[in-house]
Design a protein around this ligand. Structure first.
Ligand code: FNR
Length: 368
């Protein structure tokens, strides 16, 4: 028998239910990683190499989990990251994530390849609710410019340019089930016929420009006033370049293990990046986010201790939405909120600003 919603006690529980109730093709698209899925597994297990160094006897009666990301206030230091094709998991699609985010005052990143239209997702938000845009850069820069400027006009507060996907990774589980029905508002493929035999990912991505480079950044800065964040940065040198390019943020991410297999996890890169930024006096010049494998609030707390401004969470919300619709998304966020308060209390931190590197022992991480 299938667990009822109240029997889901953590984010992994939603995954187990989703695996059983979802259509095979949808499950394959959401759950797959690239090649041998080594990076996808490491994203999660990297957090197990970090240990807490809790403080005692600090007043933790009241816990404040709120913080500011890119100038926007939010109740939680995590955001719903961009994941394409929400309607594969639930016929209502991404607007369910919008409504869940609204209830918990959490920020949502809207994917270029959402199943709902961009405007539907913005319209589902209430006044003042913060949303960001994830951008796949189209070979046709006029199309890109229109998307970016429309998002800014509609009130988006950040432009996350995905930089880890000049070519989509091979997600073999997804390829095997073949692509049948995306139900997406797919952008112009530039006249190319969609190849449906290669899985959902490849079928929808042929418009993405693999020639995108550092030289294009000034152009983005010239067409928008939104903060620009590079999503998918994977080494220290590129974080430094990002600071020098004058962008406002980076997401240390390997796309949920769906791109280059055996690329390092976001939290491993973070442990190397923050000391390098401090060494150069650059730590206040850029906001550093991470995503990948975050399943517990303890993972979030660890990332913040190591210096992240916030973290993105992808699959767990998709699974919660696929298994239980809006009540699932709501419960997933509430569970994280409860876990967050408990973890902060037990580590001895009453507010986000109290989280600092002395509260963790990250010496077992491999990346440095
Ligand atoms: C993604 N991700 C992603 N990223 C992006 O920039 N554009 C996109 O369209 C998508 N689509 C997408 C679909 C699905 C099904 C998944 C699982 C992921 C990557 C995503 O933003 C994020 O980097 C990872 O999902 C984070 O890892 P977790 O939380 O899923 O482990």
């Amino acid at each position: 028998t299938m667990p009822i919603l109240e029997q889901c006690y953590n984010l992994m529980d939603f995954e187990h239910v989703a695996r059983r109730v979802m259509k095979k093709t949808a499950w394959a698209y959401y759950s797959s990683g690239a090649d041998d899925e080594i990076t996808m597994r490491e994203n999660h297990s990297a957090f197990h190499k970090i240990w807490f160094r809790p403080r005692i006897l600090v007043d933790v009666e009241n816990i404040d989990t709120s913080t500011i990301m890119l100038g926007s206030k939010t109740d939680m230091p995590f955001y719903v990251t961009a994941t394409a094709l929400g309607k594969l998991g639930n016929p209502e699609g991404e607007v369910l994530l919008t409504r869940g985010a609204k209830k918990h005052n959490v920020i949502q990143m809207i994917p270029t390849l959402a199943s709902c239209s961009f405007d539907e997702i913005v319209d589902a938000a209430e006044d003042g609710q913060v949303q960001w845009l994830q951008l796949y850069v189209n070979k046709d820069r006029e199309v890109t410019k229109r998307i970016v400027q429309h998002a800014e006009k509609r009130g988006c507060k950040g432009l996350f340019i995905t930089v880890d996907a000049p070519q989509l990774g091979r997600r073999e589980k997804d390829m095997r089930t073949k692509f049948q029905d995306v139900g997406s508002n797919v952008q112009s493929t530039g006249g190319n016929d969609v190849d449906r035999s290669q899985g959902a990912a490849r079928a929808i991505s042929s418009f993405i420009d693999p020639s995108l480079s550092w030289k294009d950044i000034p152009w983005f800065q010239s067409i928008t006033k939104m903060p620009i964040i590079l999503k998918g940065v994977q080494r220290v040198e590129d974080v430094i370049k990002a600071v020098e390019a004058g962008v406002q943020g980076v997401v240390l991410s390997n796309h949920g293990g769906r791109q280059l297999d055996t690329a390092p996890s976001g939290v491993e890169i973070l442990a190397e990046v923050m000391p390098a930024l401090r060494e150069r006096g650059m730590q206040d010049k850029i906001e550093v986010f991470i995503d990948g494998g975050i399943r517990r609030a303890s993972d979030i707390v660890k990332a913040l201790c190591l210096g992240a401004t916030g973290v993105g969470i992808g699959r767990p919300f998709l699974y919660a939405m696929s298994a239980y619709g809006l009540p699932g998304v709501d419960r997933a966020m509430q569970l994280l909120k409860d876990e967050m308060e408990m973890n902060m209390r037990l580590i001895g931190a009453s507010k986000v600003a109290d989280l600092n590197p002395t509260l963790v022992d990250a010496r077992s991480l491999s990346a440095h």
